[in-house]
Ligand binder design. Structure first.
Ligand code: ATP
Ligand code: MG
Length: 262
């Protein structure tokens, strides 16, 4: 489903701020793979997500999504293949629009404009059911402005919007990092359910090693712009946090507080 081949990216080349952020990265995700991504600060986790999404062109290498070479496509042209949720809850939703309007916008993604704009009663019923499953009390607030929601509520809504049209690849970049532990657990549970129900091919960055082990069928560790560890299936299930810390330190990585404390 996703093929990243020999991808390189250097920021600010030839200046004192030069940073080789991706160095010959190779990654293949099978259809339905749910892959967690861990690694220290600056390891290149967000950069690989941005490379896949086409935020800027990579320097060399090739990225294909479901057989389509997207390497030369703009972010806008790749958007139909992708669902994205970032760390910052303010991104991905329109704060001055209502919950139901945001959902309708996501549901109509990719459709021609000029379609009737109102939200139908039937759609509202569907949205209510989708929101009820989140267990965040949003089902009775369909006409509330999204800007009034808590960070966790907004992040859960973003997740729903990003997955409504079943993207070929779902990119989650620390999407629960800014939330309190209880809300983060709910958003993670919703993530698991939505990914599994729709068999979405997913990359999920987390700094929480326990979450990285507990979720998905595959785990990769990044360090200094490359993938240094890639496990799947039973081997992944057997992993312990101490195994990951050892791998990480063996690669010369410095275990940050938020990794160690999570
Ligand atoms: N747009 C950019 N311009 C310049 N440098 C960048 C840019 N994006 C990332 N970098 C640099 O590339 C390196 C990798 O950054 P990246 O954001 O991928 O790290 P990360 O693994 O996501 O870390 P974190 O856990 O802190 O989010 C860092 O040194 C970062 O400063
Ligand atoms: Mg990051």
């Amino acid at each position: 489903m996703l093929n990243v081949e020999h991808v390189y990216k250097t920021f600010n080349p030839g200046t004192i701020n030069e940073k080789r952020a991706l160095i010959d990265v190779n990654l293949q995700l099978e259809d339905g793979d749910f892959c967690t991504v861990i690694g220290g600060n600056g390891a290149g986790k967000s950069t690989i997500m941005n490379a896949i999404a086409g935020v800027w062109p990579v320097d060399s290498g090739r990225i294909t999504i479901d057989g389509n070479d997207v390497s030369g496509l703009s972010e806008y042209k790749r958007a139909p293949f992708l669902g994205r949720v970032f760390q910052a809850p303010m991104m991905g939703t329109a704060g001055d629009m209502q919950i139901d309007e945001n959902l309708a916008l996501a549901a109509r993604r990719g459709q021609k404009r000029g379609l009737r704009w109102g939200v139908t009663a039937k759609e509202r019923d569907e949205y209510r059911e989708i929101l009820r499953k989140l267990d965040l009390g949003l089902e009775d607030r369909l006409t509330a402005k999204v800007g009034l929601l808590s960070g966790g509520q907004r992040q859960a809504l973003t997740l729903i919007m990003a997955t409504m049209k079943k993207p070929r690849i779902l990119l989650l970049d620390e999407h629960t990092a800014a939330l309190d532990p209880k809300t983060a657990a709910k958003v993670l549970a919703a993530t698991d359910r939505i990914v599994n129900e729709n068999k979405l091919t997913t990359l999920m960055v987390t700094h929480n090693m326990r979450d990285a082990i507990a979720h998905g069928n595959r785990l990769i560790m990044m360090s200094d712009g490359d993938i240094i560890f890639d496990v799947r299936g039973e081997e992944k299930q057997r992993l312990q946090v101490t195994d990951l810390l050892e791998k990480f330190e063996a690669a010369g990585g410095e275990v940050s507080d938020r990794m160690a404390l999570s």
